[in-house]
Design a binder for this molecule. Sequence first.
Ligand code: TXA
Ligand code: MG
Length: 328
Amino acid sequence: MKTEILNALFAADFQRAGKLLTAGELVAVPTETVYGLAADAGNPEAVAKIFAAKQRPRNHPLITHIGSIEQLSLWVKEIPDWVSPLADAFWPGPLTLIFERHPSVSDVITGGLPSIGVRMPDHPVLLSLLQQFDIAVAAPSANPYQKLSPTSAAQVLSGLDGKIAAVLDGGNCGVGTESTILRVGEDKAEILRSGPLSAEDLQPYLPVPVITPQSHHQAVSGNKKVHYQPNAKVVICPTPTFAATLAAEPETTGALVYSSSLHGINCRQRLILPCDHQGYSQALYASLHALDGKGVHKLLVEAPPLLPSWADIWDRLSRAAAESAPAA
Ligand code: TXA
Ligand code: MG
């Protein structure tokens, strides 16, 4: 299959993306977090193509993306009272909420689970696509299974060229890491995947305490130990010992740092990230993709700050650094 490269700035390209989606094809679309691999959520055959293109196990559920709050009732069994304050505060935005699914929702989307993850993405291109074509899309991150999520159209193509009908280029993603996933229960709300919105951000809008469990259900693919992996072998190293570690390991050809004390460090491929959380998140995946592009085999990553607000970055980096489990 030849993958069409569409530019969201051109009306004809935008219309073409909508036509492909409504015809049951896969289109990679920009969101504020990462690019998503979208299929019409109302068309189970279209959704099934996502698993083939990504080589993703069929029991890993997908997030459904809606373009307006009115669409929510099509996908969930009932709208609980706790939704309004969260949706008013954070939608459109990087927050995925878990609901009991509507009886009409296909098993293909939920991986057979009785629940469904829904979010309203905060990207003008995708929001207008959903609104103008009056559809919702099921969309995982637009990368091959267990690889790095893409934050640009070029990164989508590096993993999925020839496997999907089109990519709609809407520029670089502003947030840069995947949405926070929240499941609200009777007595607690659980963060199933850390993301741009922290427990502290969410708590004021919830009637129950927000907790972050240490281990999660296997079906949350973003919670598998090996995930978000670049080709390079990633090693996380604290700031004070970074320079000595690098010097002791001549086979390390890449360094990813943010502290000013390490800006001048001597390494063949050195990338400097912003030291604020927002800037760091936005650039992280793009930097890892770029270092892969330079053929870096071993990458030393400066340990991020040990602060609750950096939990999402720790989560992504430790999965990038995880060794593959031996085949069972
Ligand atoms: O920011 C994002 O969330 C991006 C963009 C494209 O929206 N999407 C994304 O999708 O990261 P994906 O498939 O790579 O990760 C979705 C995560 C998976 O870990 C999946 O297991 C979890 O959401 N998930 C989906 N439905 C669920 C459900 N009903 N219960 C628990 N977890 C669910
Ligand atoms: Mg993903």
